[in-house]
Write a new protein. Structure first.
Length: 246
């Protein structure tokens, strides 16, 4: 653990000591005092420094491991994992959200080509079955780590897109620049296990939990201009929703 990290315990408090330790380490991670990749002292050393039993420290660390803030690595010790990307559910692109959050977005374009529309996508985009649409497949990176695999289908002729454009700008930004006036989207969020191909692209184990997001975006005339089916690393990504009583 970094030397300047202070943990103050209130031994008279009804709050369990392990929870006090865990919450203060979690707050240090949120503040950035413990950066991703930082190693914590081993349990014996931590227990000695804080005057606590080893089982108490072990419980605090396990609590943070379960929350996804720490990871135990054989031969390395206990480390802070990469901070999770938190994203509000709005009509914005992941690229723009990451850039605003200072997450250094980057993109690898795996496919950008006209392709025969899939049977279930044709009615969504309002095109005839068997007709061609523009298909995109990309891997999005945040702070140098793979975060999501993005699949998109767009009507042909909507915008002139190049791989270079998609590597440096978000899809929605490019569509708006082409004069597409996006107005509303329908979105469905779910979860499933990673396939072997997804695990390879996202540097996860096969079967790791992924968040899924399926979104169809419509312009101000009510026409579908984009359909996306994306998967995100659950260990690195979460969605935030504000609920308002009506």
């Amino acid at each position: 653990m970094t030397r300047n990290l202070a943990i103050d315990l209130d031994r008279s408090s009804p709050v369990p000591l392990y929870f006090q330790v865990a919450e203060q380490i979690a707050e240090a991670i949120r503040r950035g005092d413990l950066a991703p990749g930082s190693r914590l002292d081993n349990e014996i050393l931590l227990a000695d420094k804080l005057g606590l039993s080893r089982p108490t420290i072990r419980q605090a660390i396990q609590y943070l491991v379960d929350k996804g803030l720490l990871v135990r690595k054989r031969g390395v010790g206990t480390q802070v994992v990469h901070g999770q990307v938190k994203r509000s559910v709005e009509l914005t692109s992941l690229y723009d959200d990451l850039r605003r959050a200072g997450q250094e977005p980057a993109t690898q374009v795996l496919a950008l080509e006209p392709r025969q529309v899939e049977e279930e996508v044709a009615p969504i985009l309002g095109v005839e079955p068997g007709s061609e649409v523009l298909y995109l497949e990309r891997v999005r990176f945040a702070a140098g780590e793979p975060l999501a695999v993005l699949h998109n289908w767009l009507p042909l002729g909507l915008a002139q897109l190049t791989a270079a454009d998609l590597e440096s700008r978000g899809l929605y930004e490019l569509l708006r620049a082409a004069g597409v006036r996006m107005r509303v989207a329908n979105q469905r969020i779910g979860a499933r296990a990673a396939t072997q191909a997804e695990a390879r692209l996202l540097e996860e184990r096969r079967g790791a939990p992924l968040l899924t997001m399926v979104r169809t975006t419509y312009d101000d005339q009510g026409r579908a201009v984009e359909h996306g089916s994306h998967v995100y690393r659950a260990s690195h990504y979460s969605l935030e929703v504000t609920l308002i009583e009506r």
